[in-house]
Design a protein around this ligand. Structure first.
Ligand code: GLN
Length: 539
């Protein structure tokens, strides 16, 4: 079998150039030629994982099947490749150091001084090669977080330098940079790219393909100039122009021949053509919607779109399945009250209440849910969103006035959402929630059964609190039906309302599993119901 090929993607000039999307697009193009490919993200921060980070820091925390709390770029990888990732696909400096320090304490380095080089760099290299060693992949694409020049990226770039030396014919460095447009001069500027490549060269790394983010097309003269200054061929300077949707990027990269150039540099001779039929079909429907719906997304991190990345992408997938544009209206949960819920939500065709932690904004979420429950507007509650639906129903239908989750009020007389026993004993906050994939059995004849079209599903979790089974019969008898049960632990995973056209709460996160090839049925179902509601009520 041919050795695994390693592709490194490093960013320069600024952050937020879209390394994740470029990595995912290249992977898609390679996968579309029939190769097995995975993508990995190395994050230079010292947190062991992003699980304890506020979403304002790096956006949402993405959860894999095996329960790893990871960077949101892994969501892009899965959405593009339709292939699950694992803990091995996201490594942080914290995790690397934790491993090295554990080894040192165990005595693995007895007699040695433990240093950044070689001990930390060895551990980084091991984390990169571990995916290749599984034998499952022809290509491993490793995206290094941060920007060239950051102090904390240095050990990663050094590890890349060593790996390039070790795997001369089986590895490749791609550098993603910015070619800014100076309006006053009316010109695109190549100097930042030149400087960024020089910084990499100082660290011993020669990037072999330059992907240049730009607002305007790069003409031949400009590509030649970048090539001349950066020791690459003009054909190895790839234009990455701004585009209206990330799902267009693989198509743009195919036009620029990024995959062909990369394969050639890796000495992979192939006459396999990239088959992008499915992808293009999706893109075509995305670009030509025939209807549109307005969906409110209520959460408390509204200022930063990335906080709800997977939900926003799942809306796009579900919209495409309904040939509908989904206009997402972010509403801050703290801004909703009993008095203004109508005004804020009456023009909406559907509501999603987002996941979250802590007390802030809870009452606004509950008021929003009350309004859509009473008005029969389609609703999907995700994790904390489901818990809020349970609290709302308990207070306003079951008349348990002070019902709450013990996360918000540990003295409540009616803890309809409560900690499970095994969570009560925990002291560490990091990595100790109910995380990752759990099985769920769906009741025959329920609406959710029709939405999924199957009885057994596996969905990903990230929470501590659960529906309190002591109240199960009361809810069931009053019309909030527990229709999805984790039969292993006897936990309620899905509720639906009997007297409502589309009101679903899920304790898990369906958004993590929605991909271009497999849009999630709950999002597809919600948009379908929203369309129906719109044509009936708003005309
Ligand atoms: N805070 C809630 C819990 O821990 C919900 C978490 C979430 O929405 N992801 O159970």
């Amino acid at each position: 079998m041919a050795p695994t090929k390693y592709i490194f993607v490093l960013g320069g000039v600024t952050s937020s150039l879209g390394k994740g999307i470029i990595s995912a697009s290249l992977a898609k193009l390679i996968q579309a030629r029939g190769y097995r490919v995975t993508i990995q993200k190395l994050d230079p921060y010292i947190n062991v994982d992003p699980g304890t980070l506020n979403p304002y820091e790096h956006g949402e925390c993405y959860v894999t099947e095996d329960g790893a709390e990871t960077d949101l770029d892994l969501g892009h990888y899965e959405r593009f490749l339709n292939d699950p990732t694992t803990q091995a696909n996201n490594i942080t400096t914290g995790r690397i150091y934790q491993t090295v320090i554990q080894k040192e304490r165990r005595g693995d380095y007895l007699g040695e001084t433990v240093q950044v080089i070689p001990h930390i760099t060895d551990e980084i290299k091991k984390s990169i090669k571990v995916l290749g060693k599984t034998g499952d992949y022809d290509f491993v694409i490793t995206e290094i977080g941060g920007t060239v020049g950051d102090i904390e990226s240095l050990p990663y770039i050094e590890a890349v330098r060593q790996l390039r030396w070790e795997k001369e014919h089986d590895s490749l460095v791609i550098h993603l940079t910015l070619v800014p447009y100076l309006a006053a001069a009316g010109e695109l500027k190549t100097k930042p790219t030149q400087h960024s490549v020089k910084s990499l060269l100082e660290l011993g790394v020669q990037p072999e393909i330059l992907v240049c983010r730009t607002e305007h097309p790069l003409n031949k003269g400009l590509k030649d100039k970048i090539a001349l200054f950066c020791n690459v061929d003009s054909s190895e300077v790839i234009e990455s122009i701004d585009t209206s949707t990330i799902y267009n990027v693989p198509i743009l990269m195919a036009k620029e021949k990024l995959d062909q150039v990369a394969l050639k540099k890796l000495h992979v001779e192939t006459n396999l053509e990239a088959d992008l039929t499915l992808w293009k079909g999706f893109l075509n429907r995305l670009k030509h919607p025939v209807d549109e719906v307005n969906i409110a997304l209520v959460g408390k991190y509204v200022e930063l779109k990335d906080s709800y990345k997977s939900i926003n992408e799942a809306f796009i997938h579900g919209g495409v399945m309904n040939d509908s544009k989904v206009n997402v209206h972010m509403i801050h949960s703290e801004s909703i009250t009993e008095d203004n819920a109508k005004e804020k939500l009456e023009h909406m065709d559907g509501l999603v209440v987002a996941p979250g932690f802590g007390k802030r904004g809870i009452e606004g979420k509950i008021e929003a849910i009350r309004f859509v429950r009473e008005q029969q507007i389609p609703f999907l509650g995700i994790c904390l969103g489901m818990q809020c639906a349970v609290i709302e129903f308990a207070r306003n239908v079951l008349k348990l006035k002070d019902a709450h989750s013990t996360e918000m009020d540990d003295q409540t007389k009616h803890p309809v959402i409560d900690l499970m026993l095994d969570q009560k004993k925990l002291e560490d906050k990091g990595g100790t929630m109910r995380l990752g994939k759990y099985p769920c059995e769906i009741k025959d004849g329920s609406k959710v059964f029709d939405i999924y079209g199957k009885k057994y599903v596996k969905e990903r979790h990230r929470h501590r609190y659960e529906f309190n089974n002591e109240y199960k019969d009361q809810f069931n008898n009053a019309g909030m039906l527990p229709v999805g049960i984790n039969t292993q632990d006897n936990l309620v995973e899905i509720i639906e309302l009997e007297n409502h056209p589309w009101f679903v709460g899920v304790q898990f996160h369906p958004e993590y599993k929605s991909t271009v090839n497999n849009p999630h049925p709950l999002f597809t179902g919600l948009i379908k119901a929203a369309k129906k509601y719109k044509h009936k009520v708003h005309k």
